[in-house]
Ligand binder design. Structure first.
Ligand code: MN
Length: 458
């Protein structure tokens, strides 16, 4: 891996994928325009990485949609085909970070009266949002009892020059850290990293056990120890090559309205733990880049934790059912739909596989199981499997009243119905799929690939 910062990743990616990096030189508004660019360019099928060089009223450029395509995440991980398996293999050996005394992040330090969040180009993303939100902020904290470090994402609403609203959602590790420090009557120290190497963000988006320091996962993804520096005003460590870092405290016994905010479902939600984060100091590089993750129903948002989740469930399911060949969460289903490819040996195996996944991931409410000749990544092939291998009265199962994710707007009381569709061919179906010889197909595919390469189309 070349370098440990966002900018070296951007450079390396642009060198090899120049058509997938768009520099926008005309002046843009921080409100809505950047979200519109991200959503509209994703619809074009290209999902480029977007660099806004001139943002009205700010001296700092904005980068967004870093995670907007699987191909970009594959480039980052160095593996195109079997991303989930690759992730599982690479993160099996964690690499601890190393401390260095100082780094580029300390080039500029604002303390006391100089602290002003209004100087950062923090965006308003959607019309329904309560205000401007930091969406790419990796919140670093330590367990108040045993000092184990945690990295996680939380939406951060600007409330003043040094005040942020924060939701410690999903009752994750940070929520638990804060719960215990509030019980002891103390604020929880945090650092918010804005703009680090994308490996740090992928690590922060992983759902791992409470004893695992997500910096160790970042190291495993980078293939080398992540270099950290100590913070200025809190007892925490942050990446030496980060772009911007906020330091502060989540205040005990204080709750203030926060939200609504455009969530991954594509709907605005006011669900929030309504906590308050007071910023004490801000560090940044000399010419920092502000990183945004487009919230709402965008690939940038949805793909951030996707590879890790697919890897985790793939690994667990393979222990029980080695005939499971692939798992895929399609973007169209937000986090609620999953596709499984199975090398079916017995009838009933597809339902067993689906029930296993329902047990592992409470977010999922629709599972389609297909044979391994179907490309899970291709929704036309998925629909073809449904059209030709599935009979609704025989192959659809519905379970009522199972725990689900609270953000599903169609659910009630934290529960939803789960649907399993077995779209595998019956073992005795006795029909033959049309094919052309493998060698011919391979030859033609390589010719088509070359033609597309020549015209720059895809
Ligand atoms: Mn954790």
């Amino acid at each position: 891996m070349i370098g440990q910062d966002l900018r070296s990743f951007l450079q390396a990616y642009e060198q090899t994928h120049s058509d997938e990096v768009w520099h926008i030189y005309n002046e843009v508004d921080a409100d809505y325009t950047i979200t519109a660019y991200t959503l509209a360019s994703e619809k074009s099928g290209l999902a480029p990485l977007l660099i806004f060089e001139k943002v009205k009223g700010y001296a700092i450029p904005i980068v967004t949609n870093v995670f907007g395509s699987r191909r970009r995440i594959a480039f980052l991980l160095g593996e195109e085909k079997q991303m989930a398996a690759h992730w599982a293999r690479v993160t099996a050996t964690l690499i601890k970070p190393t401390m260095i005394s100082t780094g580029p992040i300390k080039e500029v330090i604002w303390t006391k009266d100089r602290v002003d969040l209004g100087k950062l180009p923090i965006l308003r993303h959607f019309e329904q949002d309560a205000g401007r939100y930091i969406t790419s902020g990796v919140v670093v904290a330590k367990d108040p009892d045993n000092n184990v470090r945690n990295l996680s994402f939380h939406r951060l609403q600007v409330k003043g020059e040094r005040r942020l609203g924060v939701s410690l959602h999903s009752r994750g590790h940070l929520w638990d850290y804060f719960r215990r420090s509030e019980e002891a009557g103390k604020p929880l120290e945090v650092a918010v990293v804005i703009g680090a190497h994308p490996a740090v963000l992928l690590a922060a988006a992983s759902k791992v056990d409470m004893d695992t320091d997500e910096y160790d996962i970042a190291g495993a993804l980078l293939g080398e120890p992540l270099q950290l520096v100590p913070c200025e005003t809190v007892g925490l460590e942050v990446p030496a090559y980060a772009e911007i870092v906020l330091e502060g405290r989540i205040l005990p016994q204080i709750r203030e309205p926060e939200g609504p905010f455009g969530e991954y479902t594509g709907y605005a939600t006011g669900r929030s733990t309504e906590n308050v984060l007071e910023v004490e100091s801000i560090m940044m590089r000399r010419h920092p880049i502000y990183l945004d993750v487009c919230p709402g129903f965008s690939s940038d948002h949805l793909l951030l934790g996707r590879v890790q989740k697919e890897a985790a469930v793939w690994q667990k399911m393979r222990e029980v059912l080695p005939d499971v060949k692939a798992i895929y969460y399609p973007k169209s289903g937000t986090h609620f739909h999953a596709y499984i490819a199975l090398a079916k040996k017995f009838e009933g195996q597809p339902r067993q596989a689906a029930l296993l996944l329902l047990g592992l991931d409470p977010y999922v409410k629709l599972i389609v199981v297909v044979d391994e000749d179907i490309d899970l990544n291709n929704e036309e092939e998925m629909m073809w499997a449904l059209a030709t291998r599935m009979q609704a009265d025989r192959d659809v199962s519905i379970l009522s009243g199972v725990m689900c994710n609270l953000l599903d707007p169609s659910s009630t009381g934290g529960m939803s119905a789960k649907m399993i569709i077995d779209a595998t061919a019956s073992l005795d179906m006795g029909v033959v799929k049309c094919t052309v010889p493998q060698a011919v197909m391979a030859r033609v595919q390589s010719d088509i690939g070359e033609r597309l390469g020549q015209t720059g189309e895809r």
